[in-house]
Design a binder for this molecule. Structure first.
Ligand code: 0CG
Ligand code: SF4
Length: 322
């Protein structure tokens, strides 16, 4: 057999509550205030989502100096440092914060423990905007470690009040290993009651763990900049399943499917379902005859929108609380 027979769909996959909310914030700001709406950094790390919002009048910038006075500015789902928050306020923009509430939770924890005199070890990927935002909650005192080797090198000023925090989209297994190394070196370290890795990251990785052994190939829909999407591809690969990440169906290559019977398919938390459906169509065109959805955790979490972005009266979407 030289073409795929069956597609197995991971569950859950794709959009999480924080991504849903962030995109909704941009769309509602466009509807309410009109274009252009400025967004600091890609609202979520997905090419399709960003291009779609650009077409609707969003302008994505990295530097606040590129935003004209009086403009409406939205912070991306990944969060921002205190310095960015303060600069935006000082420049007088009309600000909406699309930071995922689960990222804000980490920021709040850092601020609270810092008040109590804690220093931090943060597990995360250097240069990622969420990491920059979390590091930037304090003027100093957060030490970034990317791997176990970094844990051996880190030099906190004291070890009595040391707490560990993490990026929300890490490999659950890597984070556990690095946290264990932190604990071994600093036995008094304080760990979060509930891990900082978010439910969406955990659930999508769990689904890949279930799916990988059942397929010959795993396709992950996600953009190269998306941390959580990259982790899904990496996880399958570590489990011995060949895996590719694609930004769109156009990136699929026919030769990947030669001699493959079962293809697994999942999507990162920032990848829209429309892309998954396009990937399914393309794999069907290569010969797949059936699609089977695996069972998995049903996600029902929904985050409220910021005040000032509820649409008025009849235009209000069903389910809007306020
Ligand atoms: O996974 P990361 O943090 O890179 O972000 P992405 O935009 O891909 O997904 C969720 C969020 C925020
Ligand atoms: Fe929030 Fe997690 Fe989604 Fe990031 S991946 S936006 S932390 S729910």
């Amino acid at each position: 057999m030289n073409h795929p027979q069956e597609i197995l769909l991971a569950e859950p996959r794709g959009f999480c509550a924080g991504v849903d909310r962030a995109i909704d914030i941009v769309e509602r700001a466009l509807a309410k205030f009109g274009a252009p709406i400025y967004v600091r950094h890609e609202i979520v790390h997905n090419t399709y989502v960003v291009n779609d919002l650009k077409a609707k009048g969003a302008i994505f910038i990295e530097d606040l100096a590129d935003v004209p006075p009086g403009a409406t500015l939205i912070f991306s789902a990944h969060g921002v440092s205190k310095a960015v928050q303060e600069e935006a306020r000082a420049r007088g923009f009309h600000i909406f914060d699309a930071t995922c509430p689960l990222v804000t939770k980490v920021h709040v924890e850092v601020a609270k423990l810092a008040q109590e005199g804690y220093e931090f070890i943060m597990i995360g990927h250097k240069g990622h905007p969420e990491v920059e935002g979390t590091l930037g909650q304090l003027d100093g005192g957060i030490h970034l470690v990317e791997d176990v080797a970094d844990v051996a090198r880190v030099q906190p000023a004291q070890t009595d009040k040391l707490a560990v925090v993490t990026q929300t989209t890490l490999s659950v297994d890597d984070a556990a290993e690095i946290t264990a190394a932190v604990r071994a070196r600093f036995p008094k370290v304080r760990e979060p009651k509930q891990q900082d890795i978010c439910y969406a990251t955990q659930n999508r990785q769990d689904a890949v763990k279930l799916l990988s052994p059942q397929v010959d190939l795993l396709i992950v829909v996600g953009s190269p900049t998306s941390s959580n999407s990259n982790r899904l591809r990496e996880l399958a690969q570590r489990m011995g399943t060949t895996s590719y990440m694609v930004d769109s169906a156009a990136e699929l290559r026919a030769e990947w499917f030669e001699g493959i019977a079962r293809v697994g398919l999942t999507a990162g938390a920032s990848a829209p379902e429309v892309l998954v459906q396009q990937v399914i169509e393309r794999i069907k065109a290569l010969g797949a005859v059936s699609v089977r959805k695996l069972s998995g955790i049903e996600e029902t979490l929904k985050f409220p929108l910021p005040k000032g972005l509820k649409l008025d009266g009849a235009a209000q979407a069903p389910g809007d609380g306020e």
